[in-house]
Design a protein around this ligand. Structure first.
Ligand SMILES: [Zn+2]
Length: 435
């Protein structure tokens, strides 16, 4: 369970959880997760709560932990001490900003435990180590000339991870791997059911990567993963109802947090916002239908209109904004921005009335539409329909780049650690891969 932490966040909510589909090495399976006394269960719960609060904050005082958890000061001191011994948190100098009473010790996420985050895309495989607290340690973007196969992803990640592992200080350990996939993933076992743009079907990616890396691996859809990052660290951290929309090379994906829970649907595939019908006579979609949001609103069209090569898609936003703000945007580009924004607005309006979110978080190239045509999107979520539903909707931007997806992928790998820190660190394999 994650509490949306930070100084002002009080409502507890369940973590927007993706059911773990970890493939664990034998060493981790043989853990003593069995029958503990009530006291052990309480201790585990309290360690989990405190670690999660520290993880989701950039630093939190011991006094604040006491207040947020309702535990007494000596219990918090003991729990923090245990987490510090495990290398999970750091106890820092007291917070001098505090005006009244004794300054309280500040607790921050420790650097000792890392997750390996992986995000295969159409033209690259992104890999990074991510520390607790969501800080990316050393991101690598490995370009590929064509969409990578799962075997290529396994080889690329293994090679990069071997290099990373050998240069890690001795007291660092990698507890697991999280993979954000631009496609449908079976939450039960991490099999990629389909990732049409990558040409993948029924690929047991979690099992393949786990065998290669000798680490537990959890796979999930990239937008669900992005939504988790938003819920833990981003625009969604203070709200329990938001819709995250991410536009990338492989289409538009969505993650929906409703009542503090990530909407999963009967079989884990809810939130396919890219396939919302936005135009009845629209373009053919990879799903076999036509007029879907992701068939009509594409990064490809913006790349073509601006001449930015797909290998440099990270420059697309600055290029479009440069043209737009200097008044030099060609008519064709303006037409595309307006048309795509109107069609995105159709989707947002439908979502406002179906889901009643308080925030839309737009990531990837959808940021460009929000930054160039804000009125089209804002009008769409504020006009018509139930007044109460539209009154409070805000449109916010996710941070630029792949970072939210990598941070969210790491969240997948941290799930078990956050739930039971002492057990996972007692059993997780500290050794890197056999090579
Ligand atoms: Zn579709």
């Amino acid at each position: 369970m994650v509490v949306g932490a930070g100084a002002k966040v009080l409502p507890r909510r369940d973590h927007p959880d993706v059911e773990s589909n970890s493939r664990k090495p034998a060493s981790a399976r043989a853990s003593g997760a069995g029958l503990g006394s009530n006291r052990d269960t309480t201790r585990q719960h309290n360690l989990s709560t405190v670690l999660t609060l520290v993880h989701c904050s950039a630093g939190i005082s011991r006094a604040e932990l006491t207040r947020l958890t309702g535990l007494n000061r000596s219990t918090i001191a003991a729990l923090v001490g245990e987490l510090a011994q495990l290398g999970l948190v750091l106890e820092n100098e007291p917070d001098q900003r505090q005006q009244h009473g004794r300054p309280s010790i500040m607790i921050s996420p420790g650097p000792g435990v890392l997750a390996l985050a992986v995000n295969p895309d159409l033209d690259a495989v992104n890999v990074a180590l991510v520390a607790l607290g969501g800080s990316i340690v050393n991101p690598v973007r490995f370009h590929t000339v064509a969409p990578p196969s799962t075997a290529e992803v396994v080889n690329i990640v293994s090679a990069i991870y071997t290099g990373m592992a050998t240069s890690l200080p001795e007291n660092r350990r990698v507890v697991g791997v999280g993979v954000a996939v631009p496609g449908l993933v079976d939450p039960a076992d991490g099999t990629v059911i389909e990732a049409p743009q990558l040409g993948w079907q029924e690929e047991p990616l979690a099992a393949q990567l786990s065998a290669a890396l000798n680490l537990p691996v959890t796979c999930a859809n990239d937008a669900i993963v992005g939504a988790r990052a938003q819920a833990a660290f981003g625009a969604g951290r203070d709200v329990s109802d938001f819709v995250y929309l991410y536009g990338g090379a492989s289409g538009i994906a969505g993650g929906i947090l409703s009542g503090g829970q990530l909407l999963q649907g009967a079989t884990g595939f809810a939130g396919q916002i890219g396939h919302l019908l936005v135009r009845t006579d629209g373009a053919n979609c990879s799903c076999g239908s036509a007029g879907c949001l992701e068939a009509e609103v594409t990064r490809e069209e913006l790349l073509r209109a601006t001449g930015v090569p797909s290998g440099q898609a990270e420059d697309l936003e600055s290029t479009v904004l440069g043209l737009f703000e200097s008044g030099n945007a060609p008519e064709a580009l303006l037409e595309i921005l307006q048309r795509q924004s109107r069609l995105l607005a159709v989707a947002l309006r439908a979502l406002v009335h179906q889901l009643n979110p308080s925030v839309f978080v737009l990531g990837g190239f959808l940021r460009i539409l929000a930054r160039t045509m804000p009125a089209l999107l804002e009008d769409a979520v504020r006009v018509g329909g139930a007044r109460s539903a539209r009154e409070q909707v805000a449109i916010e931007l996710a941070p630029l780049g792949e970072d939210p997806v990598l941070v969210g992928a790491a969240e997948l790998a941290f799930t078990e650690l956050l739930a039971d820190p002492a057990r996972v660190l007692g059993t997780a394999s500290p050794a890197p891969i056999d090579s």
